[in-house]
Design a protein around this ligand. Structure first.
Ligand SMILES: NC(=O)C1=CN([C@@H]2O[C@H](COP(=O)(O)OP(=O)(O)OC[C@H]3O[C@@H](n4cnc5c(N)ncnc54)[C@H](OP(=O)(O)O)[C@@H]3O)[C@@H](O)[C@H]2O)C=CC1
Ligand SMILES: CC(=O)N[C@@H](CCC(=O)OP(=O)(O)O)C(=O)O
Length: 337
């Protein structure tokens, strides 16, 4: 089988470099173009790629990408910018896996409420598939537009899916307390990510207003078949990468830990990237991998779920490759194990 010709948008960013490294190891993918506003060799933007990829970044030009035979474009751009770039790619018959948040929320009013921005591409929103393969896997084969999921939401959605699918917890008031490494904020400098600001310090941010709240609720409501509401609080941690979520829920009946462990084991049995742990996972156990580690406990009548992942791999570029595999019919583990 010929390799799938791939382009990446936003070449200088963190998710782009992670994606490039994954795709260089993928037997079915060939990177033929990387776009950037900076006309540089990719190894000048990311010296870790020196000797691994000989490609000069180019300006974004959908016709030029089409002329190179690009079949799928990975969008590694900020939200808002992404929805400006994607329509001309779809019009020219290229598939898109978008790492931004622009196509994740089905209801445009919800997007505009939480992102405080007007949505400019409602037409393509309708055909976007939310790219969380463990939940929406049957919709991904041949998809034209995949909305890659957010980093925090994956820990919450997969951490809670077995419980909400089986109506074992109350569907309102679920508490999700999450911590992220600083790379979650991207490479573009910002005061709160400046070393003296965030080193040796922990703080919560976007309390009650974080954009991932409706994304978590949308997917969990799909799994539950009923509305789910959560209280999601993200924290910035003085580390490079990794996300850890501690989730508290109220059971709808008396449950035992052994029963829940068995439920999780069977729910994730055919999901190779979710690892069930008997002790709390650590972010470092997942660094550089596409694994999402989950542990379920019962404490004083409450259900606790502990989940860890690498925000740049499982949280972004790794799950994007998992989606690529599903879209093009590769085994979903290809290039990721
Ligand atoms: N970091 C993470 O852990 C995760 C990130 N995401 C999402 O993935 C996307 C990329 O994130 P990440 O790689 O971290 O971000 P970065 O800030 O590291 O990179 C984004 C890149 O997009 C390009 N860019 C920035 N602003 C503009 C603009 N106004 N117009 C055109 N291009 C622009 C730049 O590339 P250049 O200068 O080369 O043009 C920039 O380096 C975002 O939507 C983010 O929310 C999703 C999950 C996790
Ligand atoms: C630490 C940090 O700042 N994290 C980012 C995570 C955003 C992200 O990566 O997800 P989206 O693609 O949905 O923007 C934040 O909270 O905005």
């Amino acid at each position: 089988m010929d390799k799938v010709k791939v382009a990446i948008l936003g070449g200088s960013g963190y998710t782009a470099v992670e994606l490039i490294k994954l795709l260089l190891r993928h037997p079915g993918a060939e990177i033929v173009a990387i776009t950037s506003r900076q006309a540089e060799h990719i190894a000048d933007l990311h010296p870790s790629l020196l000797g691994r990829l000989d490609l000069r970044c180019e300006p974004f030009d959908p016709d030029a990408l089409k002329a190179k035979g690009v079949q799928v474009v990975f969008g590694c751009l900020p939200h808002g910018t992404s929805m400006e770039s994607i329509p001309p790619l779809l019009e020219r018959g290229m598939r898109v896996i978008d790492l931004s948040a622009d196509y994740r929320l089905r209801d445009v009013k919800v997007y505009e409420q939480w992102y405080k921005e007007t949505h400019h591409d409602q037409k393509n929103l309708a055909q976007a598939v939310y790219g969380l393969p463990e939940v929406y896997g049957d919709k991904l084969a041949g998809a034209k537009l995949v909305a890659n999921p957010g980093c925090y939401p994956q820990t919450a959605i997969l951490g809670l899916a077995p419980l909400v699918a089986n109506k074992l917890i109350e569907l309102t008031g679920i508490v999700i307390d999450s911590k992220s490494g600083v790379s979650g904020g991207g490479r573009t400098p910002k005061l709160s990510f400046h070393f003296p600001e965030c080193n040796e310090s922990v703080t919560a941010y976007a309390v009650g207003t974080h954009r991932h709240t409706p994304e978590i609720e949308q997917a969990l409501s799909d799994v539950a078949g009923a509305p789910v509401s959560v209280i999601f609080t993200p924290h910035l941690m003085p580390m490079d990468r990794g996300i850890f979520s501690t989730i508290y829920a109220t059971p709808t009946r008396a449950v035992t830990e052994a029963e829940l462990v068995e439920l999780y084991r069977s729910y994730f049995a055919d999901k190779p990237f979710v690892r069930l742990r008997t002790n709390p996972p650590a972010t470092k156990d997942t660094t550089g991998t596409n694994f999402l580690d989950v542990c379920v406990k019962v404490v004083r009548g409450k259900v606790l779920v502990l989940a860890a992942e690498d925000n740049l791999v499982r949280g972004a570029s790794g799950v994007a490759v998992q989606n690529f595999n599903r879209v093009f019919g590769f085994d979903e583990r290809t290039g990721l194990m």
